[in-house]
Design a protein around this ligand. Structure first.
Ligand code: NI
Length: 226
């Protein structure tokens, strides 16, 4: 399941983030790539734990903590602190799969990467190329979103970023361990949750909405880790 989360940051916040990031000390993205990925990865990354990354990352996580669509879609247990990358003209990241377990630097915690997230910071009109292409059971899905918007996609999918041919593409990316590791189960719960909300909004359907909410929570009890 691919989920578009609108306005995690406002356009103004995204612009401000870009300004702060433009003065930050970017490093070579290959430094953090796995064995296979170093061959196909060509971008810049902000060093993990840099104060700018921490500050902007905290703002992103704050916003997501209050976003009902994100919470319903991801059922998050643990989130890797957001990282930041930049592609300039000619840069790209070929087909790869994200590592299954991501350590949180400076802690013994590892996050199982059930979901990958990309939050677009650059205005899509300011660059060409730089599409995130995700391979799922429907084939290839191309994603390029407005500044401040985010896509959630299964960490199990092979994906790539097409070469940037004009301008620069700056984004934040991170991973989420969900209480429900299986994408199909999580998708079903997301759909059911949406139905409960829709039914619950109408007084006439109150009893049915409560019964359906019961099924939702009992399925979560069957499937969730904690
Ligand atoms: Ni990736």
């Amino acid at each position: 399941m691919l989920v578009h989360i609108e306005r995690v940051l406002t356009r103004e916040q995204a612009t401000e983030a870009l300004e702060t990031l433009s003065a930050a000390p970017w490093g070579d993205g290959r430094e953090t790539a796995g064995y296979l990925s170093t061959r196909v990865k060509d971008n810049a990354q902000l060093p993990e734990g840099h104060p700018v990354a921490r500050k902007l990352g905290a703002a992103i996580l704050d916003s997501l903590g209050n976003n009902p669509k994100f919470i319903a879609a991801a059922l998050p247990l643990k989130i890797v602190p957001p990282l930041f990358n930049r592609y300039r003209a000619g840069q790209t990241y070929g087909s790869h799969i994200d590592g299954a377990l991501r350590p949180i630097t400076g802690s013994p915690i590892k996050v199982r990467t059930d979901l990958s997230a990309t939050l677009f910071l650059s205005d899509p009109a300011s660059y060409d190329g730089g599409d995130l292409v995700i391979e799922d059971s429907f084939g290839e899905r191309r994603v390029k979103l407005a500044a401040g918007d985010m896509v959630l996609y299964p960490g199990t999918s092979i994906h790539h970023v097409t070469p940037v041919t004009r301008g620069e593409r700056v984004a934040s990316f991170f991973w989420i361990q969900s209480a429900v590791r299986d994408d199909a189960q999580r998708s079903l719960l997301f759909e059911l949750d949406d139905l409960v909300q829709a039914l619950g909004g109408k007084e006439a359907n109150h009893k049915e909405a409560v019964r359906l909410a019961g099924i939702y929570h009992n399925l979560v009890r069957f499937w969730a880790d904690s």
